[in-house]
Design a protein around this ligand. Structure first.
Ligand SMILES: Cc1cc2nc3c(=O)[nH]c(=O)nc-3n(C[C@H](O)[C@H](O)[C@H](O)COP(=O)(O)OP(=O)(O)OC[C@H]3O[C@@H](n4cnc5c(N)ncnc54)[C@H](O)[C@@H]3O)c2cc1C
Length: 371
């Protein structure tokens, strides 16, 4: 399956994505039709249950998918196009049979867009203290509050929203599936340092009415449902960071072979080729770390500490590689349209999103018994 999958994704990247990436980045958006194209190829369904339109896939398969997609050098595209990878799992694990059957097949087919809304203007790291409320009113919940930095937030048809239904702390949190057209929901777009073509929004809930049947899992049991997401999300982000670092290395290596200064190619200057070797070393080490975590996850383990450490390590690999790539490209690396320039401005989100570096180090420390 892996080789066939790679070939499919490679064709998709070369024919449908690569020629348009720069235009989409400049426009700050990519066509909605792309979800359907990815859905038709089965890419959105990978790793989800067959009963709801998914296609069984191992983490190793998802690794191949991500490696090929990252040849675009465009993390923003991947973040929005695959936002259902964080939005849909709570529906899979917590939705009623009726809800799952109604909602999931359309998401996996690319007909509907799914997003996850946890972070609030008042804070993202401290999830257990979120403030958005959902109060039961007959057959509905009435939602009030705000969410921010939400990927696919403007376009999502289904928003998996973390809300407070009970008392303080993690034990009062629920997950609620809010339709994009729910009365009382307003959205506003956000401008960003990087990930330009990714849709990022602030959501405002004012007396927003949501059917009570859209509750995911039991009331006040949403925290565990949301936590279940995090390992997978962090592993995917680590893969993206590593393979985007590889894209920087590929571009810089090619540039250094072609570009001549002082009568010889850049690679023939020791200082330049040492940078390339440092990039290659970091990418190689990160790849090996990913391979090890993927093997453990495919064996049914949930190595939380290793996933946290891997995500941090991969983001640092990406940062060093983006920095070196811009330097090797010289002035061209500062110009819009190069992979190096794009990855350089995208890198910080990999150190913040899906759990910031400090939070993940703390979690890893607790898991390893150092607290
Ligand atoms: C482009 C983008 C897309 C995103 N997409 C989504 C999405 O789809 N859905 C969603 O729910 N969220 C999303 N996020 C939000 C992201 O998950 C949060 O930004 C992240 O969890 C950090 O939360 P915060 O920004 O509120 O920072 P804060 O929690 O305010 O933290 C600020 C800084 O302080 C540090 N810090 C906080 N507490 C501690 C501590 N105890 N010890 C040491 N340091 C600490 C943090 O590590 C961070 O560096 C996205 C963010 C971005 C930038």
């Amino acid at each position: 399956m892996e080789e066939a999958l790679r070939a499919t994704v490679r064709r998709f990247v070369d024919q449908e994505l690569q020629p348009h990436i720069n235009d989409w980045e400049e426009a700050g958006v990519f066509p909605r039709a792309l979800y359907r194209q990815a859905g038709d190829l089965g890419l959105l369904a990978l790793g989800f249950p067959e009963a709801e339109g998914g296609i069984p896939a191992s983490y190793r398969n998802l690794q191949a998918l991500n490696e090929e997609l990252c040849r675009t050098g465009c993390g923003g595209l991947l973040a929005s196009l695959f936002s259902h990878r964080i939005g849909a799992p709570p529906i899979v694990h917590g939705g009623s049979a009726e809800l799952r059957a109604r909602v999931l097949p359309e998401i996996f087919a690319g007909d509907k867009i799914s997003a996850l809304a946890v972070t609030e203007p008042g804070g993202g790291s401290d999830v257990a203290n979120l403030a958005t409320t959902a109060v039961r009113d007959g057959d509905h919940y009435i939602v009030n509050g705000s969410k921010t930095f939400i990927t696919s937030g403007m376009r999502a048809d289904w928003l998996t929203v973390a809300v407070r239904t009970g008392g303080a702390g993690a034990g009062g949190v629920s997950a609620l599936l809010v339709p994009g057209d729910a009365p009382g929901l307003a959205r506003s777009p956000l401008k960003k340092m990087g990930w330009w073509c990714s849709d990022t929004a602030e959501l405002h809930f004012a007396q927003c009415r949501v059917p009570a049947a859209n509750l995911l899992g039991a009331e006040n049991a949403g925290f565990a449902l949301l936590m279940r997401n995090f390992n997978d999300e962090r592993l995917m982000l680590a893969m993206h960071a590593c393979y985007l670092a590889q894209a920087c290395l590929d571009e810089a290596g090619e540039w250094a072979r072609q570009r001549k200064t002082f009568g010889k190619a850049l690679v023939q200057h020791q200082a330049v080729r040492h940078k390339l070797v440092e990039m290659a070393t970091r990418v190689e080490a990160t790849r090996a770390f990913i391979d090890s975590v993927v093997a453990r996850m495919d064996a049914g383990e949930a190595p939380v500490a290793q996933v946290c450490m891997l995500k941090n390590f991969a983001a640092q690999t990406m940062q060093v590689c983006a920095d070196h790539a811009v330097q090797i490209l010289g002035g061209m690396g500062f110009m819009r349209g190069t992979v190096a320039e794009r990855v350089y401005r995208d890198v910080k989100v990999y150190m913040i999103g899906g759990g910031a570096e400090e939070i993940l180090n703390d979690l890893a420390a607790r898991q390893l018994g150092w607290s």
